[in-house]
Design a protein around this ligand. Structure first.
Ligand code: DSN
Length: 422
C-alpha cells in the first residue's frame, strides 16, 4: 500500500475509534464483511444478470448474486414468486433513479415527502437530477405535530394525480404508516415506492413495520441500519395490481433500468458483501441490536428533552431524531453546533428541520442517530452520559468552551476505548 494512503487510512481509522459517531446514516461494518470488500471479486466484469452475462467466467459470480437475492428475500420474509430482487444498484440514489426511469415517463409526475420535512435529495430535490427529469409534488408535515398528515397527503394526491408516490425519509423520526400511504396510492392508481434505506435494519429486526405488504417497489441502501457494505437493493412486487392492470412487467423494466440503463458491470465484491450482511442480519443477535438502536434513540432524545432541548415532533420511534436549536433557546444554528461538538469528539450533522427559516448550509437543527454507537455496544447508561456531554458543549459560554471541549474529548476517548468499533 502507498505510504501516503496508508498513513491517511491509519488516521481515519483512529478518528473513527476515538470519536462518538451520531450520524444517523453511518455504521461500523464487521471485519468479515470488510474482508469480502477487499477480495479479488472486484477483478471481474459481469454485465448482465445470473445466467445472462455478456462476459465469460461468471460461474461463481452468478452463484454469489443468486445467494444475495435469496438472503434478501429470506431476511424480509418474502417469497420469490411474489418479489424480485435486484442487488446491483451502486447506491441509494442510483436505485431510486432506476425505479423512476422504469415506471414514470420523463416529465411524468412523482409525489414524495419534501426534503425540508425529512425527505431525501433523490426524492425530487431541486438540486438533484431527479427534479430535472420528472415533475415533483411534495407533501409536508402537520405544522403543529411535525408528523405526517395522511389526510393532507390524500388531498394532494387526488389533486395532483402522480404516477408514483414515494414514502421514505432520511430525517423523520416517526413511524410511517405504510398501510395508509398504500391505500392513498391505490385510490389514485399510483405506484407506491418505499425507500426504506434508513430503516431497513429496523424492519429486518422487526422493530419498525414492514413496508412490503403495501408497496409495489421497495428500495434500500445496505450500509445504514442494515450494517452492510455501501450498496443498494431494489425489490419489485411481481403481483403489483397497478402493473397488472396496465399489463406492465415492472421486474423487467426495473432490471433493464439498472443495467444497461444506468450502469455497466456490477461491483461483485459489493454484491458478495451484501449477501453476507443479509445473512448476519438474519441472526438473533441482529434483532437484539435493532431493538437496542431504538431504545438508545428514545433514551438519548428523552434525556436531551429533560435538559430543555426541543426535539422535533416531541420524540422518536426509530433510530434518529432532530433537535430544533433555535426553539431550544440557543443563539446559533446547526453549523456551529456541529463544529462545537466535533471539537469535543462528538460527530453528527447539521440538519434542516420542518418549516426551517434558515438555509441548509446553516440550518436550525442537528440530526442525532444511534445505529453506530449501538454497534459499539453502548446502551441506556451511555446515552445518559452522551446527552450530558452534548448539553454541556452546546450550552457552554464561548469563554469556557475550549476547556469544556478538551475535557469532554478526553472523556469521549475513554468511553470509546471501553466500546471498540467493529
Ligand atoms: N446521506 C444519507 C443520510 O445521511 O441520510 C442519505 O443519503
Amino acid at each position: 500500500m502507498g505510504n501516503k494512503i496508508k498513513k491517511l487510512i491509519f488516521k481515519e481509522e483512529k478518528r473513527q475509534r476515538e470519536t462518538l459517531n451520531l450520524i444517523a446514516s453511518e455504521n461500523y461494518i464487521p471485519k468479515n464483511i470488510r474482508d469480502v470488500l477487499s477480495s479479488r471479486l472486484s477483478n471481474k466484469y459481469s454485465e448482465g444478470y445470473p445466467g445472462k452475462r455478456y462476459y465469460a467466467g461468471n460461474e461463481y459470480i452468478d452463484e454469489i448474486e443468486k445467494l444475495a437475492r435469496k438472503n434478501a428475500l429470506e431476511l424480509f420474509g418474502l417469497k420469490e414468486a411474489e418479489w424480485s430482487v435486484n442487488v446491483q444498484p451502486l447506491s441509494g440514489t442510483p436505485a431510486n433513479l432506476a425505479v423512476y426511469f422504469a415506471l414514470v415517463p420523463l416529465n411524468g409526475k412523482i409525489m414524495a415527502q419534501c426534503l425540508d420535512c425529512g425527505g431525501h435529495l433523490s426524492h425530487g430535490s431541486p438540486l438533484s437530477i431527479t427534479s430535472k427529469l420528472w415533475k415533483w409534488v411534495h407533501y409536508t408535515l402537520d405544522k403543529k405535530t411535525q408528523k405526517l398528515d395522511y389526510n393532507a397527503i390524500l388531498s394532494l394526491a387526488k389533486k395532483e394525480k402522480p404516477k408514483l408516490i414515494v414514502a421514505g425519509v432520511s430525517a423523520y423520526s416517526r413511524i410511517i404508516d405504510f398501510k395508509k400511504i398504500g391505500k392513498i396510492a391505490e385510490k389514485i392508481g399510483a405506484y407506491l415506492m418505499v425507500d426504506m434505506s434508513h430503516i431497513a435494519g429496523l424492519v429486518a429486526g422487526k422493530v419498525y413495520p414492514s413496508p412490503f405488504p403495501c408497496a409495489d417497489v421497495v428500495t434500500t441502501t445496505t450500509h445504514k441500519t442494515l450494517r452492510g457494505p455501501r450498496g443498494a437493493i431494489i425489490f419489485a412486487n411481481r403481483k403489483s395490481q397497478i402493473a397488472k392492470r396496465a399489463d406492465i412487467n415492472i421486474v423487467n423494466l426495473i432490471d433493464k433500468a439498472v443495467f444497461p440503463g444506468l450502469q455497466g458491470g456490477p461491483h461483485n465484491q459489493q454484491t458478495a458483501a451484501i449477501a453476507l450482511c443479509l445473512e448476519e442480519a438474519k441472526k438473533p443477535a441482529f434483532k437484539k441490536y435493532a431493538k437496542q438502536v431504538v431504545k438508545n434513540a428514545k433514551t438519548l432524545a428523552e434525556e436531551l428533552r429533560k435538559k430543555d432541548f426541543k426535539i422535533v415532533s416531541g420524540g422518536t420511534d426509530s433510530h434518529l431524531f432532530l433537535i430544533d436549536l433555535i426553539f431550544s433557546g440557543l443563539e446559533f444554528g446547526g453549523k456551529q453546533a456541529q463544529e462545537r461538538l466535533e471539537k469535543g469528539g462528538i460527530i453528527l450533522n447539521m440538519n434542516i428541520i420542518p418549516f426551517d427559516e434558515k438555509k441548509a448550509r446553516d440550518p436550525s437543527g442537528i440530526r442525532i442517530g444511534t445505529p453506530a454507537i449501538t454497534s459499539r455496544g453502548m446502551k441506556e447508561k451511555e446515552m445518559k452520559t452522551i446527552a450530558g456531554w452534548i448539553s454541556e458543549i452546546l450550552k457552554s459560554p464561548e469563554t469556557d468552551l475550549p476547556i469544556v471541549q478538551r475535557r469532554i474529548k478526553k472523556e469521549v476517548e475513554k468511553l470509546c476505548r471501553a466500546f471498540p468499533i467493529l
